[in-house]
Structure formats: structure tokens, C-alpha cells
Design a binder for this molecule. Structure first.
Ligand SMILES: [Zn+2]
Length: 225
């Protein structure tokens, strides 16, 4: 076990919810790179948090200021508890989440989406976007499943009704990009969506969040080659 693990063992849900401070987040991401157990925990809690934000969670967007700390702590607690304790619940939730995602973005998804595989990578901010995002890349028979968790963490700017639109794109080893999904994000909201590409994990050069027109890359995870 990683020697720092004890310090970070309970940070998964807070991380996925974007509730960590910037410096804590950096420390945790450094730890994630070296700790398989925490990486797995993040992968496990991410779909739960996404589900909460889609279905059950009161919006974090109703205020003009910082998200309410108590509400955040409550969500962290709920998400962490559910993800850890109740495997059966989780599988059921995974299926429900998969159904919702299929309806929303019509990507290939199977029950495999409920398994905890793949690796989680943080996206690097390239344009001072008010976003914090990570992707989980999971090898599948048909290509790669890409699970995105994206939190709109910045200040409340003049967001249009329904929030700013963004696009998720995958770039292959030759630099050719494909838009996989689009979504809207309001300040304070956390978006979780699943997409698929026929590229194998090893053939993915980068995963990017772009402006809706695809012109500007806002955040990127670049694969090591
Ligand atoms: Zn750890």
C-alpha cells in the first residue's frame, strides 16, 4: 500500500465533487498517480456523484456565491457512503445511470460500465476555463469508454440560460479529432457523462473539452506516448 494512503483514503468523494481546495486537489492528484486503491475509489464514487447531481441532488447552482459548504459536505457524505457500502445498490444505480446516459447522448454502453476498471486522469486547464475535469478511460471490446466528470467551479459570469455549452472531443494518434458529446454547464454544477470511441485506449492521443464550435481547446488530457 502507498505510504501516504492513510491521509488520502477518504478524499475520493470530495475530489469528484470538486470540494477540495486547489492545493489539496494537487496533493490528491499526485497521490492518485501512485495509488491504485484511491484511483479505484475515485472511479467507484464518480458515477454515484454523477447520479446524485443528475437526479437526487438539489442544485448547487441556486446561489450567487460559493456552493454551500454544509450541502457539499452532505453530498460528499452521501456519495461516499453509498459508493463504499452498498455494492448491490451501486450496480443498480450504474444500470440506471447507464440508461439515462444512453437516452441523453446515445453512446454505446453496456453493463461493463458498472465495473470498476480503467484509469482516471485529470484534464489540464489550458484557457483559464472555470472547469475542473477528469476522465476515466476504460478499455472495451468496441473501443474505449470515456467517463467524464466536469465541475463548473469558477465564478458566476454571464452564463446564458441553461449554462455554457461545451464539447467533449477525442484526438487520435495522428491528431484527428472527433466530437463525442456536448453538454451545458451552469456555475456550480457537476456534469458526469459517458461517451465512447472506437479508438483503443492505446490509440487515444488526447481527450479535450472544447468550446461548442470546437474551435478552442479549454482543457486537455494528453496521453503519454
Ligand atoms: Zn491512496
Amino acid at each position: 500500500m502507498n505510504p501516504d494512503h492513510a491521509r488520502f483514503a477518504e478524499w475520493d468523494a470530495a475530489y469528484v465533487l470538486g470540494a477540495l481546495s486547489a492545493s489539496d486537489r494537487r496533493d490528491y492528484e499526485d497521490h492518485l498517480a501512485e495509488c491504485a486503491e484511491c484511483t479505484r475509489a475515485v472511479g467507484e464514487v464518480a458515477p454515484t456523484v454523477g447520479l446524485l447531481s443528475r437526479i437526487a441532488a438539489p442544485p448547487l447552482t441556486e446561489r450567487d456565491e460559493e456552493p454551500d459548504a454544509a450541502r457539499r459536505a452532505q453530498l460528499v457524505s452521501i456519495a461516499g457512503r453509498r459508493a463504499r457500502r452498498r455494492r448491490g445498490w451501486w450496480v443498480g444505480a450504474g444500470v440506471a445511470a447507464a440508461a439515462i446516459v444512453v437516452a441523453a447522448v446515445a453512446v454505446p454502453l453496456t453493463i461493463e460500465s458498472a465495473s470498476q476498471q480503467g484509469s482516471v486522469y485529470a484534464l489540464e486547464d489550458l484557457a483559464n476555463a472555470p472547469l475542473e475535469a477528469s476522465v476515466r478511460l476504460t478499455d472495451a471490446a468496441w473501443g474505449t469508454q470515456i467517463d467524464l466528470v466536469c465541475r463548473y467551479s469558477g465564478e458566476v459570469l454571464d452564463a446564458p440560460e441553461g449554462g455554457w455549452p461545451y464539447a467533449l472531443a477525442v484526438v487520435d494518434a495522428n491528431g484527428a479529432s472527433t466530437t463525442l458529446s456536448t453538454w451545458r454547464a451552469e456555475p456550480g454544477s457537476t456534469t458526469q457523462l459517458s461517451a465512447g470511441t472506437d479508438l483503443g485506449v492505446g490509440d487515444i492521443g488526447a481527450v479535450e473539452i472544447r468550446t461548442i464550435t470546437g474551435e478552442h481547446v479549454l482543457m486537455r488530457y494528453e496521453a503519454d506516448r
